[in-house]
Design a protein. Structure first.
Length: 381
């Protein structure tokens, strides 16, 4: 298990006696979600209530950290277990319960008495562990290992009941062992936020960097278009005008593509990179949807569909094959890390078909086809 604690930006107001972190936009949506999604909240309610109870018995920083570490990891484990047993295909339970727990932590008296630095550290630890970081443990003696990532639900002001099949796939496949032609592969998963600040603060690097020499493949997954897309050429820059889940706009656009940050500095890398997933093997996974090897990108000169990465050598990226939002960015950041740590490792991004709000039957079909993709990928490892 690798545990890395860093800094994350929050809205902070201080008085001489206490430091109180205001509820963020995601946490402010909780009551609306409770009203619309009572079943999603019920699934992990026992963990939430247990956490709240433990907070009442935590009177100092050490006891708070102990309970946060314990319950954040248990939240992830509970979410994986519930997902595998109730067959609801509902990733939203983890998302909303995580927010309810962070809200409860912020409202705990002993937490408000911590320094701003200690509060941020504790919340960052909670975020990482509740997203699966502490549960990455390839311990089933498989021949191969694959790490995958999914995303939280997003565009919640449009649909408060929105689900994300990529997050559902991460929950469904975490800890699973797949077999192909006598070779076994173990899957471990994490789910990442749809928040620009977390990316800028290095959450993707924190979660993924330790594993580039430990695993045989890394696959990032998000919700995308109408079919499955294998995103061939991720781009460096952000260009989507859409906000993240905190309703923060970056100021980026197709006319003004912006380079994201990494720990306060501009992310250092080429304008485009190329993924290295075994396309032919993945495309053998037959199901409801096509699996497209997507080469399309946009540069300041216009739309292109290069056959080779070398064709993009003199271009300025506007959007990669995966677009100009965080889906493209996690793909770029993971491939950048591969190029630094293990250039021969298969790494890349899968965009799933999109769903509107919550479509459990469709999500089930998507998960089934992703499972088949990873199974067929074994033959190329």
């Amino acid at each position: 298990m690798v545990l890395v604690i860093g800094a994350l930006l929050f809205s902070v107001s201080e008085s001489s006696a206490t430091v109180f972190l205001d509820l963020n936009i995601e946490e402010q949506r909780i009551q609306q979600a409770i009203n619309k999604l009572p079943e999603s909240f019920k699934r992990l309610d026992t963990r939430l209530e247990s956490f709240k109870s433990s907070l009442k018995q935590s009177y100092n920083e050490q006891s708070l950290e102990t309970q946060v570490t314990k319950h954040a990891q248990l939240l992830w484990q509970d979410a994986v277990k519930v997902f595998s047993t109730d067959e609801s295909f509902d990733d939203r339970s983890l998302y909303w319960t995580r927010l309810a727990m962070s809200k409860a932590l912020k409202e705990t008296e002993s937490f408000t008495k911590l320094s701003s630095k200690a509060q941020k550290k504790l919340l960052w630890q909670f975020e990482l562990l509740s997203r699966g970081q502490g549960d990455i443990n390839f311990a089933k003696n498989s021949n191969k290992k694959i790490l995958i990532t999914g995303f939280d639900p997003f565009f919640l002001d449009r649909n408060i009941d929105q689900s994300n099949p990529s997050g559902a796939a991460a929950l469904a496949l975490d800890g699973q062992v797949l077999e192909f032609a006598g070779v076994s592969v173990e899957i471990e998963s994490v789910v990442v936020p749809v928040r620009f600040a977390d990316f800028d603060q290095g959450m993707i690097e924190t979660l993924l960097a330790p594993y580039f020499k430990q695993v045989d493949m890394i696959v990032t997954i998000s919700m995308g278009r109408t079919e499955f897309d294998l995103e061939r050429f991720p781009g460096l820059r952000r260009s989507a005008k859409a906000p993240g889940n905190l309703n923060v706009y970056t100021g980026a656009s197709s006319e003004n593509p912006l380079i994201p940050l990494l720990n306060g500095q501009a992310l250092d890398g080429p304008e485009f990179v190329e993924f290295s997933l075994p396309v032919g093997a993945l495309q053998k996974a037959k199901g409801k949807y096509k699996i497209i090897d997507n080469h399309k990108v946009t540069t300041l000169k216009g739309k292109l569909e290069p056959a080779e990465l070398s064709e993009l050598g003199n271009e300025i990226s506007v959007s990669g094959s995966g677009g100009g939002y965080l889906s493209n960015e996690i793909s770029y950041r993971s491939i950048r890390l591969r190029n630094i740590h293990n250039p021969k490792l298969p790494v890349g991004h899968i965009h799933t078909p999109r769903i509107k709000a919550f479509e459990p039957h469709t999500t089930g079909l998507i998960i089934k086809q992703i499972r088949l993709m990873l199974t067929h990928a074994i033959e190329a490892l």
